[in-house]
Design a protein around this ligand. Structure first.
Ligand SMILES: *Cc1c(COP(=O)(O)O)cnc(C)c1O
Length: 356
């Protein structure tokens, strides 16, 4: 790497959380990566510093107009004690796509990955050894200029923090019950749905609260225009196996392009399982369900990898997939992806990147 990353070591080292009961997103490592941006100067001063609160002016633009983007990926420790990342270049590519939408300056993808690798080298003891656990990586960019004008910030910070996390499935894979959201909208065409930006998630809480109150674990989002077509489940992409064919909603500008989604499509093609990215309406799904043709349904994302949908509730209509159990294809996809991520099985796609 051509840029030198300055390193200020933390003299205090925190104890690691208990590997058997790590709460998601609540524990952070000893260091973080920070880099600044100024218009005319570009990105500068990459540094690894002690993990600590950051000080911002109360007028910093992030607080007022939400100019910010983030990513989420994981580092896994293999049985041989190697540390692997899964398609990290895709995350930094997507970070730039999100930034482009939010008028945030891009970061050289290779530079960002090199900085992450350096941070991971410093923090490698934090990558959990327990099977199923991993180190969650959260890169994000915030607008820091103190200015209440409605215009893109002239200054930014790119920060990477690390958080050890437990297995998503502590008691084995549990299919989830989903509620179809017909009132609230997560994202619309032309909006920011395809960007990983804060506002999309804050805007989704209301529907999630409603679903939780009614005993469901997630919501199924419909398109914001016609409220007809299936988009995502919670913050996961969604797949259905109908009559031997796998269908996932096509990317339309409001759907977030998941890296898990992309990987699953590639694996299915490799296995010669027919897979289509196309519009699919709830009506069509219900119709196929009524004919007994919907074999499996699952959400996909970095956190769970595969989250089988056991039940889908659409007003008075209830759909139960595969008797509420994980389907064979879902299980096989889960085993394959997690196997590659953790170095358990061979990686024929060259998706994993080792951290030295
Ligand atoms: C992050 C995210 C996903 C999943 O993306 P992965 O890269 O597979 O983790 C899907 N939908 C939304 C809305 C997301 O924010």
């Amino acid at each position: 790497m051509t840029t030198t990353v300055h390193f200020l070591e933390n003299s205090v080292k925190k104890p690691k959380p208990n590997a058997d009961q790590i709460a998601f997103g609540k524990h952070f490592t000893d260091h973080m990566f920070v880099m600044d941006y100024e218009t005319g100067k570009g990105w500068f001063d990459p540094r690894i510093v002690p993990y600590e609160p950051i000080t911002l002016d109360p007028a910093a633009m992030i607080f007022h107009y939400g100019q910010t983007v983030f990513e989420g990926l994981k580092a896994y420790r293999t049985k041989e004690d190697r540390i692997l990342l899964f398609r990290p270049e895709e995350n930094f590519k997507r970070l730039n796509l999100s930034s482009e939408r939010l008028s945030i300056p891009e970061i050289d993808q290779n530079l960002a990955l090199d900085c992450l690798k350096e941070l991971l080298e410093v923090e490698k003891d934090w990558v959990p050894t327990k099977e199923g656990n991993s180190l969650y990586i959260r890169p994000f960019v915030i607008a820091t200029e103190p200015n209440l004008s409605l215009a893109p910030s002239q200054t930014y910070q790119f920060i990477i923090i690390l958080s050890p996390v437990g297995s998503y499935y502590k008691e084995g894979i549990q299919p989830v019950r989903i509620h179809v959201e017909e009132e609230y909208t997560r994202a619309v065409r032309g909006g920011t749905g395809r960007a990983k930006t804060a506002g999309n998630y804050a805007a989704a809480y209301k529907a999630q609260e409603k679903a939780t109150k009614e005993g469901y674990s997630q919501v199924l989002w419909l398109d914001g225009v016609e409220k007809k077509y299936i988009e995502e489940v919670g913050s996961m992409n969604v797949f259905f196996k109908v009559n031997g064919e796998v269908i996932t909603p096509e990317l339309n500008g409001s759907i977030l392009e998941g890296i898990t989604r992309k990987s699953i499509i590639e694996v299915l093609k490799d296995w010669n399982v027919p897979v289509k990215e196309r519009k699919i309406s709830l009506e069509e799904l219900y119709d196929a369900y009524s004919k007994g043709q919907v074999e499996e349904a699952f959400g996909t994302g970095t956190a769970a990898v595969i989250s089988p949908v056991g039940e889908l509730n659409w007003g008075e209509k209830k759909m139960i997939f595969n008797d509420g159990q994980i389907g064979d294809l879902s299980q096989r996809l889960y085993d394959t992806l997690t196997g590659i991520q953790t170095g358990e099985i061979e990686d024929p796609y060259n998706w994993t990147v080792e951290v030295k």
